[in-house]
Design a binder for this molecule. Structure first.
Ligand code: SAM
Length: 282
């Protein structure tokens, strides 16, 4: 790619003062951005879907890694610098001008694309839940590399019996492998947010057989909706859940946060009417 002006200059030239409402905290350190772009592995020739390119720092790193990028940005002030970047990208950057919540991502980015984003905090969790909740599995995306507030990242990778363990951990772990790829100090952002951040990398794994995502969602919503209560109480609104616990030998006096992801899968499978204990690739 042709040399580009420094990101600070791009921000100044286009008057991109950070908007809190749009969750704007920009990354300008080229080395850090290159490290993030390496998290999904070798992106040379791979397709990437990016949410919220802003002034284009991460987008530059993804293009420099050889990726073909489809990026969706809501802030129209960012369109001129992103069009300038697209112009020197040899056709490898396409900008969607709009709200990521309304994009048909699989159609725009194509099946098999990686998702890489420094997510706006206001829609970050909602997008993650959408990407992890699809009925079809494996999903349309190949991997997720996402920057979150560190507290959210910890909830994604949390183990049972920890304060961070909850619905998000079960959702992220029952048919995916999440890992904390790197922590990012708040001082790396312009402006610096109040809290630390972390990049999470998530890869899909084979889905357990005989379990529907809807049942997993229903069971975990009820269980963690009253996480301090015993399962006997928190799951009483889920038809068949108490007898399923008994048949599985799970003590109904336990609390939601003590059940492993595998125990939630077994519970949902029994509710879905299958006694199969075998996990098979879907
Ligand atoms: N990728 C840039 C970086 O790393 O410096 C900017 C990241 S900033 C945390 C989040 C970006 O998401 C901002 O550019 C913001 O305008 C954009 N954004 C916020 N809400 C959005 C939405 N609903 N759809 C698309 N982009 C959005």
């Amino acid at each position: 790619m042709k040399p580009l002006p420094p990101l600070r200059k791009v921000i100044a030239q286009h008057g991109l003062s950070a908007s809190k409402a749009l969750g704007q905290n920009f990354l300008l350190d080229g080395q850090l951005l290159a490290r993030i772009a390496r998290v999904p592995g070798d992106l040379n020739g791979e397709r990437v879907y990016e949410v919220g390119p802003g002034p284009g720092g991460l987008t530059r790193a993804l293009l420099e890694a050889g990726a073909k990028v489809v990026a969706v940005e809501r802030d129209r002030r960012c369109y001129p610098p992103l069009h300038e970047l697209a112009a020197v990208s040899d056709g490898r950057l396409r900008l969607i001008e709009g709200d990521a919540m309304n994009v048909d991502e699989a159609a725009e980015a194509g099946v098999g694309a990686h998702i890489v984003a420094n997510l706006p905090y206001n829609v970050g969790t909602a997008l993650l839940v959408r990407w992890l909740s699809g009925e079809a599995w494996p999903p349309w995306w190949k991997s997720l590399t996402l920057m979150f507030q560190q507290e959210v990242a910890q909830r994604i990778v949390a183990s049972p019996d920890s304060a961070a363990y909850g619905r998000l951990a079960v959702l992220a772990q029952w048919r995916s492998l999440p890992r904390l790829a790197m922590k990012v100090h708040r001082s790396a952002f312009v402006p610096p947010p109040k809290v630390m951040s972390a990049v999470v990398h998530i890869q899909p794994k084979p889905a357990p057989s005989g379990v529907s995502p809807a049942t997993m969602a229903r069971v975990t919503a009820s269980a963690f909706g009253q996480r301090r209560k015993m399962l006997r109480r928190s799951l009483q609104s889920v038809p068949g859940a108490l007898s399923a616990l008994e048949r599985l030998g799970i003590d109904a006096e336990r609390r939601a946060e003590t059940l492993t992801v595998e125990e939630y899968v077994a519970l949902a499978r029994m509710l879905d009417g299958s006694n199969s204990n075998q996990d098979t690739e879907s």
